[in-house]
Design a protein around this ligand. Structure first.
Ligand code: ADP
Ligand code: PAZ
Length: 311
């Protein structure tokens, strides 16, 4: 017997057709702002695919807002609504940051949600000194490389409705946490939290409580692609970074700035095969089915399929 499917699937064509009936087409000033992000985003794709997605996310936040008003009346409480938290998960180099920055800009355009913040979970990695002490410097990005309790506490504060909640900051140039640096989030309408491991299931703690960071999400998105495509994007990104970030003397990878192409490619293949691919297969991909929305990308970064859980 065929099992019933709890997921709706839209092809690129079906999904982009929704753009025709979606409000807020991109204006010249939106295009200027999106271009200023510096991401290689195809603006026609942003308008056709990500704009309907932002409309759908907007619908979810508006409905939760209505539920908040009605339940507050029923309970006779006067609590301010908490930020709507959207998680963005997926492999290293699948395009989580690019997708999150684009969604942040598109969501900000809606009158009900002008304040959208983005936090990446790399700020919750343990500093390199701790990773070295624990002998897990080559496990950066694996679940054990994060200060999960600090991430939980951050999200718990956000969903408590606290003002001024701070997160540590990671620097991809120095490849480490910036000592003392903080990103402060001040009660946004929407918070996007982006990272490899945000959909990890609950673990038993020393107090024997089961907890998962996803307990504090209102909605989650998994960005998906084949491991072969992601590996290529990872390599291409390293070559792009060599021309930019790696040339800074303070860069952790400064030694790579002048490395011959074949040596840099060999290094990147090695990191992919020994770190990022095993992390994808063992820890990240198994969480895909927990997401509310899956964005499946084709080899040219276009969204080939959108999968949504049925309501
Ligand atoms: N929609 C897109 N169109 C073109 N290139 C993209 C797109 N999304 C991501 N990329 C490129 O793919 C690489 C990985 O994307 P990035 O957002 O940095 O991944 P992640 O945050 O998942 O590590 C980068 O070089 C980025 O410029
Ligand atoms: C910093 C990252 C762990 C990503 O962190 P995230 O924001 O997804 O929590 C990753 O980009 C990374 O640097 N991984 C280490 C292996 C590598 O150098 O590719």
């Amino acid at each position: 017997m065929e099992t019933a499917n709890h997921v709706l699937s839209f092809s690129h064509e079906q999904w982009s057709a929704l753009a025709q009936s979606t409000p807020l087409p991109l204006t010249h000033s939106d295009i200027r702002r999106l271009s200023a992000l510096g991401d290689p985003i195809d603006l026609a794709e942003a308008d056709a695919v990500y704009r309907p997605l932002s409309a759908l996310l907007q619908m979810y936040t508006a409905e939760v807002g209505r539920l908040h008003t009605r339940t507050s009346e029923f309970l006779r409480v006067r609590e301010q609504r908490t930020p709507f938290v959207i998680a963005v998960a997926g492999s290293v180099a699948v395009g989580k940051s690019t997708t999150s920055r684009l969604l942040r800009e598109l969501l900000r355009r809606w009158p009900a949600t002008p304040k959208v913040d983005l936090v990446t979970t790399d700020g919750f990695l343990f500093p390199n000194s701790v990773l070295e002490e624990r002998g897990i410097m080559d496990r950066k990005g694996f679940p054990e490389s994060y200060d999960r309790a600090a991430l939980m506490a951050f999200l718990q504060q956000i969903k408590a409705g606290a003002a001024q909640v701070s997160a540590p900051v990671y620097d991809h140039v120095t490849y480490d946490i910036i000592p003392g640096a903080l990103q402060t989030v001040n009660h946004p309408d929407i918070l996007i939290i982006e990272g490899l491991n945000v959909l990890q299931p609950a673990r038993v703690t020393s107090t024997r409580e089961l907890y998962a960071v996803s307990d504090f999400f209102d909605l989650s998105i998994y960005v998906d692609a084949t491991a072969e495509d992601i590996q290529r994007w990872y390599l291409e990104r390293i070559f792009k970074l060599r021309k930019l970030a790696f040339t800074k003397p303070e860069a952790y990878f400064y030694k790579f700035a002048f490395m011959p192409d074949d040596e840099l490619a060999a290094y990147a293949h090695n990191v992919w095969n020994t770190v990022n691919l095993p992390n994808l297969l063992d820890n990240i991909e198994p969480t895909r089915s927990r997401a509310d929305i899956v964005l499946r990308k084709g080899s040219d970064h276009t969204i080939s399929e959108v999968l949504l859980r049925k309501l």
